[in-house]
Design a protein around this ligand. Structure first.
Ligand code: CP
Length: 283
């Protein structure tokens, strides 16, 4: 399996390598943005600038070298249409000719979301027949971040159908309705947190004013005081997290936090997906 990284990663990179190794596969990591030729993605481009290799030339070669290709590629956060068309990932899919696994793309992070559903499922009280209340809450950040983790989490929790799901964000931060349809939406964080069993904390930049940080009036940083109205909620985050900007020390260092367990489950999620691909390849 080739693991092509156009952007940084710790958890996805290592958990996918471990998962592949557990299945008897070999992986080769290619940090393309640092060690490779700069890719060109535009059809018909006159490549007289900074790009040196067209995806139409590179991807088929990766298809010759590997049986499965994993790709991490972040959005531009400048061109919403191109990002939401998954232009870069789709060109690798089109030209490499082998199964492609998203290691987080412009708009989605499916391996993270599978992990998150596994983690929530494992933490459900065994005898509790009622749906858990799962809250996705926006959190502050110093940089404009992609919407992909929030999009994916929303899509997967909705598809799972086993939760009372609420998304809380400040005005100006609504997500693409294709992913949130089915969830309760509110600009009132306290209203969302009431009786929550799981609180998923994540920053994202504006979808509407694409890629921008919109000024926020209220304090959206989660702390222990805010958690008092929850049902002893477990707090989740995909990581990396900026402490005391996106999530407070007091929560991250408390028993409410299940972030390490969550990140640990990345191995099993990746392993399940790779196993499925391998089984289909041998059918
Ligand atoms: N959550 C996640 O994808 O972490 P990395 O960016 O470190 O892979």
């Amino acid at each position: 399996m080739g693991l092509l990284f156009l952007n940084p990663s710790m958890r996805t990179r290592l958990s996918t390598q471990i998962a592949a190794q557990n299945l008897g596969m070999e992986t080769i990591v290619f940090n393309a943005s640092q060690e490779g030729w700069a890719f060109e993605f535009e059809e018909g481009a006159v490549m007289n600038g900074t790009t040196a290799e067209h995806v139409k030339d590179a991807a088929p070669i990766l298809g010759k070298y590997f049986d499965i290709l994993g790709i991490r590629t972040f959005p531009t956060l400048k061109n919403r249409e191109a990002d939401y068309a998954e232009t870069i990932l789709q060109q690798f899919v089109k030209y490499c000719g082998i199964p492609v696994v998203s290691l987080e793309s412009a708009t989605l992070h499916p391996l993270q979301s599978l992990t998150d559903i596994i983690t929530i499922s494992e933490r459900l009280p065994v005898k509790d027949k009622t749906k858990p209340k799962v809250v996705l809450t926006w959190a502050p950040h110093v940089k404009p971040l992609p919407q992909c983790v929030a999009n994916s989490f929303s899509e997967w929790v909705n598809a799972w159908g086993q939760a009372d799901f609420v998304i809380a964000h400040p005005p100006g931060y609504h997500l693409d309705a294709r992913f949130t349809n089915g969830a309760g939406l509110t600009n009132d964080q306290a209203y969302a947190l009431k009786d929550a069993d799981f609180v998923y904390v994540k920053n994202w930049s504006s979808y509407e004013d694409y890629g921008k940080i919109i000024p926020v009036e209220n304090d959206w940083l989660l702390n222990n005081k805010k958690l008092e109205i929850t049902n002893h909620a477990k707090v989740m985050h995909c990581l990396p997290v900026r402490r005391n900007v996106e999530l407070s020390d007091e929560i991250l260092d408390s028993n409410n936090s299940i972030i390490t367990e969550e990140a640990g489950n990345r191995v099993w999620a990746a392993q399940a997906v790779l196993n499925e691909i391998l089984c289909n390849m041998h059918d």
